[in-house]
Design a protein around this ligand. Structure first.
Ligand code: GDG
Length: 491
């Protein structure tokens, strides 16, 4: 088994990572179960003079960022351009801020710091949108190893992606990987559409994409959880607000992609149209703070708090507060019990790569008396968790009806749905995700690739091609459309 060099934006020691949630838990799993090194940002911001070296603690290698890098690379390009665009939110993307140079600069610096640790038979697995240019920067330094990239967030429709002024540069960066992994089949289809229509790639008969003379493999690897972390949960009795009170649980970082205002509105609508449930149900929303120095996050917090206050003011009683909102992080060891004692898991993002909370909620249920998952059709998880109550989060009435149907669902139906959901959670768990990605990375064909990474000369040729290959100007309609309409115009 080759050693895996994991690279992700945020790195922490393995014990803390296992308690953190999301990407960190998944990477800590890979780091614990394989020969590995894990490299990335320590989370510290230090003056440039002190930010230049690697700190090694066992198999974990960390680097601080300087204040300028934190501002331009992390808060700037990664979280004010790429995050909103990949979630289809062009309206909040800050294209004009000029952070791209800093984004490339940090990737170049990280590549230079990582390169001395890479041995010839390692495979390198790069994670997420912060690090798209890392492979090209490693190639420049002569790294010949297999390098795979995994995107944890969704890939948007191609017309959205081409709004990024530097989209073609990002495509060249992707072409320096051997394998690009995405969460869902819908993401794979969006990325291939973009590579074909946005930068004139061609799909080969075996399903790879020929791009700037490279052959790139693109595939979906839905991420999962370690379900045993959740199945042993006991009900958290301290949570019950009153006898017979039924709880709806939401656990989401306070992010504008998570659909929190829409969720609060739907709950308000449910109370409005179902007065018999007032005093019977409480919505507990755990929404820990995230990226608070980005403007769009301050806006969503204000909006949510105003809305929550107005719903509580309108329906609340002296002995019943309908929305129980916690803007702090909750210890991970308590989450399983909270999920298990909640009758509904409400996971209603406007867009989400996967959404692990949906899987955690399912895994924590009592199979004899399970709760119901209400799930957005726009979460990647909806591709696998088809037995959830799938709703459109933009449709407040439909979501409110989903809450009522979940509360009224007979036990037999809850059990049947839960059984199917649990099978899906087990099928794609964190171990199978890691195994599937790494074994495909090791299998990717390179013998027929005219620009593979076999020698320093082939790297030089490939990089020159990537950098010099010009692109024809984009046409307004897609090439696929032109193929079905001769001449490219509607007749
Ligand atoms: C990205 C993609 C994709 C949440 N609040 C608390 C807490 N959490 C934990 C949850 C869960 C994790 O954080 C969140 O994971 P998600 O998948 O829901 O969302 P993102 O953070 O946006 O993650 C996403 C994921 O990457 C993995 O590929 O699924 O689509 O956006 O594990 O339990 N944990 C603790 N306290 C909290 O208050 N301890």
């Amino acid at each position: 088994m080759s050693r895996v060099i994991l690279v992700s934006n945020r790195v922490m020691d393995l014990r803390r990572a296992a308690q953190a949630g999301g990407v960190a838990v998944a990477l800590a799993h890979v780091a614990r179960t394989r020969p590995s090194l894990w490299f990335g940002w320590s989370g510290e911001v230090k003056p440039a003079a002190e930010a230049g070296s690697v700190n090694q603690a066992g198999r974990v290698l960390t680097v601080p960022l300087s204040p300028e890098e934190h501002e331009g690379y992390y808060l700037g390009y990664a979280n004010s351009v790429l995050w909103p665009v990949f979630h289809n939110r062009l309206d909040v993307a800050q294209f004009e801020a000029g952070h791209f140079e800093r984004y490339i600069g940090v990737n170049r610096r990280l590549a230079a710091l990582l390169q001395p640790f890479i041995r010839p038979d390692d495979v390198v697995w790069v994670h997420d949108y912060h690090l798209i240019p890392l492979a090209v920067e490693l190639r420049r330094l002569g790294v010949l190893n297999r390098i795979g990239f995994y995107l944890h967030i969704p890939f948007p429709p191609w017309q959205t992606f081409v709004a990024i002024p530097e989209h073609a540069h990002l495509a060249r960066c992707l072409a320096a990987y051997d394998l690009v992994g995405l969460q869902t089949m819908a993401d794979v289809s969006n990325l291939i559409d973009y590579l074909v229509n946005g930068v004139f790639g061609n799909v080969t008969p075996d399903g790879r994409v020929r791009l700037f003379d490279r052959l790139l493999t693109v595939a979906s690897f839905p991420i999962g959880i370690d379900s045993t972390d959740f199945t042993r949960a006991a009900r958290d009795v301290a949570l019950v607000q009153g006898r017979g009170m039924r709880r709806i649980i939401g656990v989401d970082r306070l992010d504008y992609t998570k659909g929190l205002p829409q969720k609060f509105k739907a709950f308000g609508q449910f109370l409005e149209t179902n007065p018999q449930y007032r005093r019977q149900v409480v919505l507990t929303q755990i929404a820990p703070p995230t990226r608070e120095n980005v403007g769009a996050y301050a806006d969503i917090r204000r909006q949510l708090e105003t809305l929550g206050g107005s719903i509580n003011g309108r329906f609340g009683e002296l002995d019943w507060v309908p929305i129980h909102y916690i803007h702090r992080s909750t210890p991970r060891r308590r989450l399983a019990g909270i999920y298990r004692s909640s009758r509904i898991g409400m996971v209603t993002p406007l867009r989400d790569g996967m959404n692990l909370v949906a899987k955690e909620y399912v895994a924590a249920q009592d199979a004899e008396d399970p709760g119901v998952l209400v799930l957005s059709q726009f979460a990647g998880a909806a591709e696998e968790l088809t037995e959830a109550l799938i709703i459109n989060p933009y449709n407040v009435e439909e979501t409110a009806d989903g809450i009522r149907s979940a509360l009224e669902m007979p036990l037999a139906e809850r059990r049947t749905r839960h059984e199917a959901l649990m099978a899906a959670v087990r099928k794609h768990d964190v171990a199978s995700w890691c195994q599937a990605f790494l074994s495909q990375l090791e299998r990717v064909r390179s013998d027929d690739d005219p620009l593979s990474w076999q020698s320093p000369e082939s790297i030089r040729t490939a990089l020159a091609k990537l950098e010099q290959g010009t692109l024809p100007r984009l046409r307004s309609s897609s090439r696929a459309l032109e193929a079905v309409r001769p001449g490219g115009r509607a007749q």
